[in-house]
Each structure stands twice: as structure tokens, then as C-alpha cells.
Ligand binder design. Structure first.
Ligand SMILES: Nc1ncnc2c1ncn2[C@@H]1O[C@H](COP(=O)(O)OP(=O)(O)O)[C@@H](O)[C@H]1O
Ligand SMILES: [Mg+2]
Length: 278
């Protein structure tokens, strides 16, 4: 049998930004947010993307989602190029690749009830089906009460809002979920709950996950492979264990050295906060 086509193939991807002149002396400056990046995402895996702030992780995510266009290079989704396509040709991608952002408040319309928020991607994509049953399933799968659908985002805690954002992302049954620092804005006590939820949902709904994080323990815990970014470049990519045990690039070594212990566990919530308070 022929080898399975990777769900994403990225070839020589570049995204540079031209910065406006900031001073009389400074000429136009170019920022290479992502520079000549090539890699593949295998169907069903959890691929970690790690790197310090400003290393190009979110820019890469936006390019994969076709929310931004590359300066040069190629992105294939399920074997087909998505670069430069008009919006109407991006329907398949819009449905199959979803994202959860760091700040759930930024992605949830405060004037909309939670039920409508969660169903919005299904409606805007024109996906047919029993909405009511789907909503019920989604809300339960992320661990929210059934009556949450009638409330507004501000009535929920940070962790619960992230559950809403996750339900919304999973609504169209995507094949790929990109999680961009999904727990970084949350209280430490809730972070592990959200990450474990994503792990459980992945096993249950069988999607491919890209986990973006600056936190090595998160990557270590959740990802089979890891891609290390530094100043827009991929400096290392490989099985998580191999990269963590025998890092090849000086940047990866420095990154690992800055973490005192990596025992593979996520920060544990004290017992009384295991069930998150409203
Ligand atoms: N729209 C933009 N305009 C100008 N510069 C940008 C833009 N988006 C990102 N950048 C720059 O690209 C680099 C990478 O940013 P980003 O992808 O957000 O990194 P990360 O997610 O790893 O923190 C940074 O230097 C950032 O300032
Ligand atoms: Mg980012």
C-alpha cells in the first residue's frame, strides 16, 4: 500500500512583514516571522510546536488556517495546495481545520448566547444535520452543563470559556485542531484540566492535533513529535522523546536547560480545585 498522504505538507514557507519606518534614521525593516520552513503533519498525531515568544508559532498557525498568506512557499492540505486560493475554494479547509486560541474571550462574541456561539461555525459553513442533538453532544463532551447554552460568555470562568471555545472549534467535526497556547492564559489549577480535556477529545473524536506552547512540560506530556522554532526557523523536529533526551541544536539544548525538571507530569491541581468552581 502506498504511504498515507500527510494531512499537511509545508514546503519552504516564508512569511515576512514590512515594518513601517519607526524613526528618522531607521529605514524600512523586514521581520521574517516564518522563514523557509518545511515539515509534514501526519494524520492522527499530536505535533507540538515549541519556541519562545516571537519565534513565529502563531504566524505559522495562521498560514495553515489560510487566515494569512505566505510571502512564498507551499502548503498542501490533504495533498492539495491552499496557497492563494479565493475564499470560495477554501470551504473544505475552513471546515476541516479549526483553532483554539489562547484567550477565549477574544474569540467569543460577548453578545451571543453560548449555544449560538458553538453552532456558529456549523451555520456559517452550511453544514446540515440535527443542530440540537449536536449542540447537546458538544456541550457534554467538553464538560459543561446542558443549560450553559442559554447563558453568555461573561457568566463563565476562564477555564469554562475555553471549554466553550473548544466545543465551537469541534462543532464542524474538524480533522485538524490547532491549539495555540490553549492553557497559557488560565490559572495554573485549571491548565491541566483543559490540556487533559483536549487529549481526551482527541482520542474520542480522532482528529490530528497541533499543540502550540512555550511550555516544554505541556509538549512533553502531550505530543508524539515536536517541532522547535527559533526566530522563524525550525531548528529541530523529531519524536518528542528523542528531541528532549538528545537535543541536537544549541537552541533546543538551551531551552531544555532552562527547565529544572521535566518529569512529564502537568502541574497538578490541588484536590479541592479538581472540579472547577464557576
Ligand atoms: N501582522 C504582523 N505585522 C508585523 N509583524 C508581525 C505580525 N504578526 C507577527 N509579527 C511578528 O512576527 C514575529 C513572530 O510572531 P508570532 O508568530 O506571533 O510569534 P509567537 O506566536 O511564536 O509568539 C514577531 O516578531 C512578531 O512581532
Ligand atoms: Mg503566539
Amino acid at each position: 500500500m502506498s504511504r498515507q498522504v500527510p494531512i499537511f505538507e509545508v514546503r519552504d514557507l516564508v512569511r515576512s512583514f514590512r515594518m513601517p519606518r519607526t524613526s528618522v534614521r531607521g529605514g524600512q525593516r523586514e521581520v521574517q516571522a516564518v522563514t523557509t520552513v518545511s515539515f509534514e503533519v501526519n494524520r492522527g498525531e499530536t505535533l507540538g510546536i515549541v519556541g519562545e515568544s516571537g519565534s513565529g508559532k502563531s504566524t505559522l498557525a495562521r498560514l495553515l488556517l489560510a487566515l494569512d498568506r505566505p510571502t512564498s512557499g507551499e502548503i498542501l492540505f490533504e495533498g492539495k495546495s491552499i496557497v492563494g486560493l479565493p475564499e470560495k475554494k477554501l470551504r473544505h479547509l475552513r471546515r476541516q481545520v479549526q483553532i483554539v486560541f489562547q484567550d477565549p474571550m477574544g474569540s467569543l462574541d460577548p453578545r451571543m448566547r453560548v449555544g449560538k456561539i458553538i453552532l456558529e461555525p456549523i451555520r456559517s459553513l452550511g453544514i446540515e444535520g440535527d443542530e440540537k442533538a449536536r449542540l447537546k453532544e458538544l456541550v457534554a463532551s467538553v464538560g459543561l452543563d446542558a443549560d450553559s447554552v442559554n447563558r453568555y460568555p461573561h457568566e463563565f470562568s476562564g477555564g469554562q470559556r475555553q471549554r466553550i471555545a473548544i466545543a465551537r472549534a469541534l462543532a464542524p467535526r474538524p480533522r485538524v485542531l490547532i491549539a495555540d497556547e490553549p492553557a497559557s492564559a488560565l490559572d495554573v489549577s485549571v491548565q491541566a484540566q483543559i490540556l487533559n480535556l483536549l487529549d481526551d477529545l482527541k482520542a474520542r473524536f480522532d482528529f490530528t492535533m497541533m499543540m502550540i506552547s512555550h511550555d516544554l512540560s505541556v509538549i512533553h506530556h502531550m505530543c508524539e513529535r515536536v517541532l522547535v522554532m527559533h526566530r522563524g526557523e525550525i531548528v529541530e523536529i523529531g519524536p518528542t522523546r528523542q528531541v528532549f533526551e538528545t537535543p541536537q541544536h544549541p537552541y533546543t539544548k538551551a531551552l531544555l536547560a532552562s527547565v529544572p525538571t521535566l518529569d512529564g507530569d502537568l502541574p497538578e491541581a490541588p484536590p479541592e480545585t479538581l472540579v472547577e468552581a464557576t
